[in-house]
Design a protein around this ligand. Sequence first.
Ligand SMILES: N[C@@H](CCC(=O)N[C@@H](CS)C(=O)NCC(=O)O)C(=O)O
Length: 89
Amino acid sequence: MITLCYSSRACSLASHIALEEAGAPYTTVRVDFAKSEQRQPKYLAINPKGRVPTLATDGGIDRDARHHWHSSLRAYRTPGSSMSSPARW
Ligand SMILES: N[C@@H](CCC(=O)N[C@@H](CS)C(=O)NCC(=O)O)C(=O)O
């Protein structure tokens, strides 16, 4: 399963769109900047820079929005491919 950590009105929207375009199964976790949730230890444990987007997959954590686009596009264009592991993207 893929989990996208995002914040509203942030560049994580690009990763969100990429997942939608890819038709990937995913869930979301909102990181509320107004509450500085991106700087809380729980979030810093998965993204030490305290930034969104973060994509958590079975294959690991991916913190690069450009990579999210590239991976999603490849998965979208390759029938039968899986987005569950960044290593296979
Ligand atoms: N290099 C990162 C940049 C991500 C980034 O800068 N995200 C901003 C929101 S657009 C952020 O999380 N800012 C948190 C903060 O300012 O505390 C990527 O491309 O994924």
